[in-house]
Design a protein around this ligand. Sequence first.
Ligand code: GUN
Ligand code: FE
Length: 461
Amino acid sequence: MILLVDRAYLATLLHTPECGRVELLRDTLIVANDDGEIVGVHTAQDPGVEALVRRFAAAGTLVRFGADQYLLPGLVDLHIHAPQWPQLGLALDLPLEEWLQIHTFPLEARYADGAYAATVYASLVDGLLANGTTTAMYFGTIHLEATQILAQICLEKSQRALIGRVAMDDPAQCPAYYRDPSAEFAAAQTRAFIEYVQAMPGNGRGLVRPVITPRFIPSCTDELLAKLGALAADSGCHVQTHCSESDWEHRFVFERFGISDTAALAKFGLLSRRTILAHGNFLSDDDLASIAAHGAGIAHCPLSNVYFSDAVFPLRRVLDRGVHVGLGSDIAGGSSPSILDNARHAVLSSRLLESGVDPALVRSARRRPESRIDAPTAFWLATVGGGIALDLKIGLFRPGYQFDALCIDTAASDSNLRVASTDTPEQILQKILYEAARSNIRDVWVANRHVRGSDTGQRAA
Ligand code: GUN
Ligand code: FE
């Protein structure tokens, strides 16, 4: 059982206070309170830190880490489809519109069965926590009960979660066996889900939050989009959807409305500071300006984009326009539940965009100069970037932020990670980003609750 306790953590901290800047703090004491909030970060040089360490040690509430261990902020997954967990690693060879109809909608329809939902969702949340994902923004299915079960499981297992009951009512794009019978029904069920999550016993601090979730414009009638936009204004809830993901989707919206996906979402009131748009591979300069002006965020899903998007997301260009960006696994469009893995692939795909991929073209025609990002930027996206996009105080070890963290054990018995005493902070971060595996993630905390691992409290330093 997970108990709420005040604790202090004496560790080597590794985080990215600004995009691209690594900070490593050795022998630093973090104190976090019952609300999960960090109330103090005391470096070894701070006067009085030794007395504080003794006090927490005497109270039995000190967690002391070994020399081979690094404490990282928890990882943020901005875009994941919870019901697609059984499909992980499958059927990645079809275009998006066929993949949805042939594989994904039949699977999602199974969540009419609450018992099936409970089994899959418990395994999913355990799996994500084991991979260090302390915050996830989930798409559920059209089923109210199954999505309520997901919310309950996240709360019980103490994963920070933003969850949407999916709305999709357009008979032209949604099969009869898996769609909302009307816009009115979809909006009413969305409202019922919001009320349910906000009233869940034990959720007073908002660890789990409801999200208004039109699947994407092709699945929704104008009437539903308008109703959900009105509900977003009314409730102040987060909104999530897919936007300009693939050639097909991007063109579909232009043909239907004569304007871009982003412009259409704005017109329906679905673009706000609390909106997360998944993918966004084909955004124009005007779209980016609009997203930045609304303060909305983009979930960059580098692995999923390889399979479904037809292009590489121009990450550097989007960041340079001041748009909020974090990372998404897009399970099961993406084949890895690990946000560290997706961070690696964010670096990789930015390098492919920069170099170009077609060797038949001359270098100048192949390249897109200045497209690369580096490892610290990818780590920032996986932590702070996701937090900013969600408008939550997560992703950094600073007072006022939530204590969501993972312990990377570089001495784990089956580790590929080898840190040398001569490595600089940036080199340590690079090695962790590229080499850390699930086996290196020793312990995980969300809101100052230990949710995964051994957490013996007192370890030999
Ligand atoms: N667009 C609409 N639905 C989906 C989905 O489930 N996955 C992805 N990748 N794109 C979508
Ligand atoms: Fe998706």
